[in-house]
Design a protein around this ligand. Structure first.
Ligand SMILES: Nc1nc2c(ncn2[C@@H]2O[C@H](COP(=O)(O)OP(=O)(O)OP(=O)(O)O)[C@@H](O)[C@H]2O)c(=O)[nH]1
Ligand SMILES: [Mg+2]
Length: 405
C-alpha cells in the first residue's frame, strides 16, 4: 500500500491542496452596512477604518440624506478581504424597501444599524436577512448622544452604565420578540471608537470572518486526500444542525401533521444528502474527473460507489435513488407509529415530543449518511491510487509513458 500512496497522484493532489489551503486569504467577506437613513452607516465605516469624514477616501457623511449614486465598498484596515458596503438609507424616496435588498445575495454578512427606537424598517430588514439564511449583528449607534441627553434630563440621577444597559436590553427584547434572539447587539458611538462596544464588535467581525473563511475554504477543497475528506466531513457534520433540523422539521410540526412533516423532511434531507455527495466527490461529475485526469475507468469507480452504498443498477446515482436510501435509513431509525401514538395520547405535548424525536432522528440519519459517504469517498480515493499505481507498473515494464501528470 505504501507504494500505492507514493504513486505520484496523491503527492500531486497534496501539492494542489496545499496551494488551495494557502489561498484562504482570497476568501472575501462582503459586509453590507444597512439601516434607516442618517443612522450613521457611513460614519461607522469611517470609524472602523480610523478615518474622519473629511479624510481622503472616507465615506460621505451628512445630516441630509446622503446622495449616493453608486454603492461603494471600503476595506477593513487589517484585512483587505473584508469589505464594508456603504448602503444608502432604507425606505427613503430614492431607495424604497422594494428595491433596497435587490442585491442581497451579493453580501455575505450584514450590520444592521439603528440610532433610535426600533423601527418597522429595522424589523423588516432583520426578517429579510433571516429569511435568506444570512447572519447579522445589530448595532445601536450614537450612544454618546443618548448619554448626553440623559445627563441633561436627569442631572442628579444620571448613570452612564444604566443608560447603556437599558438601551441594550430594549434592543435584545425587541429582537427576541421578532424571533431573532440569537443576533448579538453592540452599542457604539462612531465618534468614540475607543469606548463602549466598538472594539468588541470589531473583534467579533474578525472572528466571524476567520470562521467563514475556514468553512468556505474547506468546502471548496477537492476531496482528493483522506485527510481532506475527513476535514470536509467534520465541517459538514458541524453544519447538520443548522441546515436541516431547525427550519424544516420544526416548521412542519407546528402544523401538527406528522406525515406532512415526514414527507417534507425526506425531501429536504435528500437535497442536503445530494449536496454532501457532491461535496465529497461522489457525484458523476467528480468521478468523471478521475477518468479525465488519471484515466481511471469511470464505470468502475461508479459501480464502486453504487456497491458501497448498496444501490443496484449502473451509471449516475439519481435523486430518486438517493431518496430511497434516505427513506430506508429514516424508517429504520424513526418509528412513525410511536410518534403518532405519543401524539394521540397527548395532543399538545405529544406533538412537541414527536417534533423533538424527528429532530434528533433527522440529525442521526444525516450523521449515518455522512459516515457512509466518508468511507465510500476514501474507498474511491484508494481505488484511484491503486489504478494509477498499476498503470504506472505496466508503463514501467512496457517502457512507455502512459501517465505522466
Ligand atoms: N454623535 C454621533 N453622531 C453620529 C454618529 N454617527 C453618525 N453621526 C451623525 O449622524 C449624521 C448622519 O451620519 P451618516 O454617517 O451620514 O449616516 P448614514 O446612515 O450614512 O446616512 P445615509 O447614507 O444618508 O443614509 C451625521 O451628521 C453624523 O455626523 C455617532 O456615532 N455619534
Ligand atoms: Mg451614508
Amino acid at each position: 500500500m505504501q507504494a500505492v500512496w507514493k504513486a505520484g497522484v496523491l503527492e500531486e493532489c497534496t501539492r494542489l491542496l496545499e496551494r488551495e489551503r494557502d489561498e484562504w486569504k482570497d476568501v472575501e467577506l462582503n459586509v453590507a452596512v444597512i439601516g434607516n437613513s442618517g443612522v450613521g452607516k457611513s460614519s461607522f465605516i469611517n470609524a472602523i477604518r480610523g478615518l474622519n469624514a473629511d479624510d481622503e477616501g472616507a465615506a460621505a457623511v451628512g445630516v441630509k440624506e446622503t446622495m449616493v449614486f453608486e454603492i461603494l465598498s471600503y476595506e477593513h484596515p487589517n484585512n483587505p478581504m473584508m469589505k464594508f458596503w456603504d448602503l444608502p438609507g432604507v425606505g427613503t424616496v430614492r431607495f424604497p424597501r422594494i428595491t433596497y435588498l435587490a442585491d442581497i445575495d451579493v453580501y455575505d454578512f450584514f450590520l444592521l444599524l439603528n440610532s433610535t427606537r426600533m423601527t418597522e424598517n429595522d424589523t423588516w430588514l432583520g426578517n429579510e436577512i433571516h429569511k435568506r439564511n444570512k447572519k447579522y449583528f445589530f448595532v445601536r449607534t450614537k450612544i454618546g448622544v443618548d448619554i448626553r441627553h440623559n445627563r441633561r434630563a436627569r442631572p442628579r440621577t444620571h448613570n452612564e452604565e444604566a443608560v447603556i444597559e437599558e438601551i441594550r436590553k430594549s434592543k435584545e427584547d425587541q429582537l427576541r420578540i421578532d424571533g431573532c434572539d440569537d443576533v448579538p447587539v453592540f452599542v457604539v458611538d462612531s465618534y468614540k471608537p475607543h469606548k463602549f462596544d466598538f472594539e468588541k464588535l470589531n473583534q467579533q467581525l474578525i472572528k466571524y470572518f476567520q470562521e467563514q473563511s475556514r468553512t468556505a475554504l474547506i468546502l471548496s477543497l477537492k476531496s482528493d486526500s483522506q485527510h481532506m475528506i475527513q476535514l470536509k466531513v467534520a465541517e459538514l457534520r458541524s453544519l447538520i444542525w443548522k441546515s436541516v433540523a431547525i427550519s424544516a422539521v420544526g416548521g412542519a410540526f407546528r402544523r401538527h401533521d406528522i406525515s406532512l412533516a415526514m414527507d417534507q423532511s425526506l425531501s429536504i434531507i435528500t437535497c442536503e444528502v445530494m449536496s454532501y455527495f457532491k461535496q465529497l466527490g461522489l457525484d458523476s461529475e467528480s468521478l468523471q474527473r478521475y477518468d479525465k485526469l488519471y484515466s481511471v475507468d469511470y464505470d468502475k469507480v461508479q459501480s464502486l460507489v453504487r456497491g458501497a452504498l448498496r444501490i443496484q443498477g449502473e451509471g449516475e446515482v439519481s435523486l430518486e435513488e438517493m431518496k430511497s436510501i434516505v427513506a430506508r435509513l429514516m424508517s429504520s431509525s424513526w418509528s412513525l407509529s410511536t410518534a403518532t401514538a405519543v401524539k394521540r395520547q397527548l395532543p399538545l405535548i405529544g406533538s412537541l415530543i414527536a417534533a423533538e424525536m424527528l429532530f434528533r432522528e433527522t440529525e442521526s440519519v444525516l450523521n449515518l449518511i455522512l459516515d457512509k459517504f466518508e468511507k465510500t469517498a476514501i474507498e474511491v480515493m484508494k481505488f484511484v491510487a491503486v489504478s494509477v499505481a498499476s498503470a504506472n507498473e505496466i508503463e514501467t515494464s512496457g517502457g512507455s509513458r502512459i501517465l505522466a501528470r
